[in-house]
Ligand binder design. Structure first.
Ligand SMILES: Cc1cc2nc3c(=O)[nH]c(=O)nc-3n(C[C@H](O)[C@H](O)[C@H](O)COP(=O)(O)OP(=O)(O)OC[C@H]3O[C@@H](n4cnc5c(N)ncnc54)[C@H](O)[C@@H]3O)c2cc1C
Length: 403
């Protein structure tokens, strides 16, 4: 017999967890299904057991006081006071085999003459290269901002929609401007998953979704079948297109136009005395083999330092990645205290994305099916939570106040 739920969420990253939180606090019994053994998706803090639990962020590393919807969830669950300040450090550039100061790549006269265009160009109609190339200057874009934006989204940013890269959001003055958590950002998804009333089932990969008389039927890879009245899908676009094929084919066709990039992340930990590199926020790679590196220097550990080097997926072998990372840190592989590898996936949005989302939303209208993720408003954690909230209102009804 198929077990029936009022609401099932597929995908346990921040998009799915925030959707599940909204439904649960609204009083809708919710089951969340996550393919991996842990929740969090790209919010992934990696701990080295062999280094007494020293951790490095393998994915997202910073939350901000402009993340209003996320902050409200943390407030509601009573753990916003665990937000922990990040030490202020600068990024450096990695160019021509050397670490250089950011300012060394800035063409100031060009910046001054270009800046007015940043306020007159229509961001919503431009790609990142068009908007920032015009508003910051083409040489500034080539030498500094293009590589910097590439390091933010771990992929070439030129064709990315300018509006989806940075969205202006109001700041909460009572919260730290930029923060982490005492045990890393994974604390956030973990705490939401432990919320009372919400059932989370890990190691549960969804293989197929079909319509049923009462809503949806969900087939898991272990052969189990579950039913639900309402469904929220919170998986990357390639997985969403596949899963919606049999239950929302028009939406699936539109979603299939959204690309994804794989990112191979190399995590390196060093004993402090074995690494001479200066403290830094990370490295923006201009011409290196990696896309970016993010350090763990923002939260001091008495014994270790750590770095996550993000590489384009499947491009280099393990040894080449280690060599490239060690060269950028001015050290040798035998100085590494511990290493780990993991994989991330991010959507590859393109100019014209807003029109595509309108088509997807039109295809979903009237269905008891919500679709959320980091491929609607933008890739930031707050973009995910904001989409989940809007979809929650569409599925279960908006309060009287405007969204
Ligand atoms: C290296 C890196 C650094 C970043 N830094 C920041 C940052 O500092 N600040 C910031 O705001 N954002 C940052 N981001 C972006 C942000 O972390 C992500 O966009 C966001 O966490 C994505 O959440 P999500 O839930 O939409 O998707 P994901 O995190 O990808 O979660 C999707 C989940 O769905 C599951 N799933 C997939 N298929 C199935 C299936 N068939 N059945 C069941 N489950 C399935 C996956 O296992 C996964 O857990 C960063 C991202 C990366 C990769």
């Amino acid at each position: 017999m198929t077990t029936q739920y009022p609401h099932i969420v597929v995908g346990g990253g921040i998009s799915g967890l925030s959707a599940a939180h909204y439904a649960t606090t609204f009083g809708v019994e919710t089951l969340l299904l996550e393919a991996n053994a842990r929740v969090g998706g790209c919010m992934q803090t990696y701990s080295f057991p062999e280094l007494d639990g020293f951790w490095i962020e393998a994915g997202s590393h910073s939350c901000f006081n402009s993340y209003g919807n996320l902050l409200q969830i943390m407030d509601e669950l009573g753990f916003l006071d665990r937000a922990t300040p990040k030490a202020k450090q600068s990024y450096a550039l990695w160019r021509e085999g050397q670490r250089k100061k950011i300012l060394s790549a800035l063409h100031i006269p060009e910046l001054v003459t270009s800046l007015p265009r940043l306020f007159t160009a229509k961001k919503s109609e431009c790609s990142v290269a068009e908007y920032y190339g015009a508003g910051l200057g083409s040489r500034n874009y080539r030498d500094l901002f293009g590589p910097a934006f590439r390091s933010v989204i771990c992929q070439n940013a030129d064709d990315f929609p300018a509006q989806a890269l940075f969205r202006k959001k109001p700041r909460r003055k009572d919260v730290l401007r930029s923060f982490t958590m005492p045990t890393g950002l994974s604390e956030i998804p973990r705490t939401i998953a432990e919320e009372s009333g919400l059932t989370v089932q890990c190691d549960s990969k969804v293989e197929q979704i079909t319509r049923s008389d009462t809503g949806f039927e969900i087939a898991l890879s272990d052969g189990t079948t579950l039913g639900c009245d309402a469904l929220t899908l919170a998986v990357p676009p390639d997985a969403a297109a596949r899963l919606l094929r049999d239950c929302a084919s028009r939406a699936a066709e539109h979603i299939a136009n959204i690309g994804v990039v794989d990112i191979d992340s190399l995590l390196l930990a060093f004993r402090k005395e074995d690494l001479d590199a200066p403290e830094m926020a990370g490295l923006i790679s201009v011409d290196g083999a990696f896309l970016s590196a993010v350090s763990r220097d923002f939260l001091d550990d008495p014994r270790y330092r750590g770095f996550a080097f993000h590489f384009p997926g499947d491009l280099l072998g393990e040894e080449e990645r280690v060599q490239a990372a060690c060269a950028a840190l001015g050290t040798r592989p035998d100085a590494i205290a511990a290493a780990a590898h993991c994989r991330n996936k991010l959507p590859s949005l393109r100019k014209g994305h807003a029109a595509l989302i309108e088509q997807i939303d039109a295809a979903l209208a009237g269905l008891s099916l919500a679709v959320t993720g980091n491929w609607f408003l933008g890739v930031s954690i707050e973009d995910c939570v904001s989409r989940s909230l809007a979809e929650h209102y569409r599925l279960f009804g908006a309060p009287d106040a405007a969204i």
